[in-house]
Design a protein around this ligand. Sequence first.
Ligand SMILES: [Fe+2]
Length: 202
Amino acid sequence: MRQIPNLQQAKALLDEAQALNPGIWVNHSIYVAKAARLISARCPSMDETVAYILGLLHDIGRRTGSGMRHVLDGYLFLMEQGFEDAARICMTHTFSYKDIQAIYGEWNCSAEELRMIKNYLNEVHYDDYDLLIQLCDSLVLPSGYSILEKRFVETVLKSGTNHLTVSKWKSVIALKDYFENKIGCSIYGLLPNIVENTFGEL
Ligand SMILES: [Fe+2]
């Protein structure tokens, strides 16, 4: 059995986090959760409620602040609560390309903390939930769902690029192909208002 909170507990954790550090990250988390539920509902080996809960909590590390250290903060917070499988998503959701430098922006962790993240990534074998939340995280703008390419460009305009940005993009595109193969249709066909949100009023 997976070590994750139930839905009610997950919502309470997100509410508490919102009170501590309100921001667009909360709505982002809800969009990610809904996308994860819609896609996993088409995957026979996945549980849509588990996917939803993991989506809700993937950025919970932002409860105490932000920057890239939310990855580690979220992991440590959920581990403390005994939710190991939700904690792992806090760590893995950023690394569709498994390299600690494959991020947007800069690390704000100590050298010791970075070593801890690096070691964790070396050890972990991604399952479909890790992969699904990585994908869904890239499908959401503050205003709702968009095609990956728009999200990529908006993120880069805000945070810049580095030598791994193209590798990271390719890894997310590979995730889209992976899940589309599983569900037999375009993921964009499942996401509400994606056309309006990507292109504006046509
Ligand atoms: Fe995140």
